[in-house]
Design a protein around this ligand. Structure first.
Ligand code: ATP
Length: 238
């Protein structure tokens, strides 16, 4: 079943249009990736899905319902959660306070304990550091906290904006392992990444965005695609 369906999306900042008729879809239970280089419009697309920006044209459907005119908090209630680039937890709040901030949807409020347990099972280090200020965490731990916070609303769709950015290679590896584990647990994932090598290894389906247009999409076989190899994987044509 298609969980998220983005149709002919056009988005602008004032007069400057940055997304031009992009269409993409996310199947329930999948890891779907939106890849492309700096400034292609990936973050803008995610922000529009979650209602932080309004589309100029196009439609967004989630679980069969049109959501592109809903306020952001209603979209989150529908089960979409976004992890911003860099995680951005509240630095002067403790780990546990940050996590509890994520449990604000109506459905999640009654099940905070259960969701917290799940986050701690996934990230034992957050349990150890539960009373520590978020600002004192390492980059990798901050990323875990950001993902944990998003999970506290028990989303059907988790959208991650460049979770590997700025992290050490070992931590990048762990982050991709977490994404795989979450997906095994049934969370559908939309992943925005510039780390295309890694992403193509975990994604069931990827959409390639270039200057606001989806120019290619496909499964793991995209790794063999001529354009992907030369433009994104730094490989010479064969
Ligand atoms: P990045 O990896 O740099 O985040 P991206 O693919 O996510 O790239 P976007 O952040 O969506 O790209 O940006 C797409 C274009 O929109 C860029 O040209 C960017 O400069 C522009 N842009 C982004 N945010 C704004 C804003 N708030 N106001 C004006 N222009 C913006």
């Amino acid at each position: 079943m298609t969980l998220l369906d983005v149709r002919n999306l056009a988005v602008a900042y004032g007069e400057v249009q940055v997304v031009w008729g992009a269409s993409l879809s996310v199947e329930e239970g999948s890891i779907t990736a939106l890849i492309g280089s700096n400034g292609a419009g990936k973050t803008t697309t995610l922000k529009t899905i979650v209602g932080l920006k309004r589309p100029r044209e196009g439609e967004i459907h989630f679980a069969g319902e049109r959501i592109d005119q809903l306020p952001s908090h209603r979209i989150v209630e529908h089960g979409i959660s976004m992890v911003l680039e860099g995680g951005r937890p509240f630095p002067h709040m403790s780990v546990i306070e940050n996590l509890l901030m994520g449990a604000y949807t109506r459905a999640a409020r009654g099940r905070t304990g259960e969701h917290l347990e799940r986050v701690f099972r996934l990230f034992p280090i957050l349990q150890e550091r539960r009373n520590q200020l978020a600002g004192t965490l390492s980059g990798g731990e901050r990323q875990m906290l950001a993902i944990g916070r998003a999970l506290m609303s028990d989303p059907k769709l988790l959208m991650l904006d460049e979770p590997s950015l700025g992290l050490a290679p070992k931590v990048v590896e762990q982050t991709f392992q977490v994404i795989l584990e979450l997906n095994r647990q049934g969370v559908t994932i939309l992943l925005v990444e510039q780390n295309i090598q890694h992403t193509l290894q975990v994604a069931h389906r990827s959409f390639v965005l270039e200057t606001g247009r989806v120019v290619l999409s496909g499964g793991p076989e995209l790794r063999e695609n001529e354009h992907v190899r030369t433009a994104y994987l730094g490989m010479a044509t064969r």
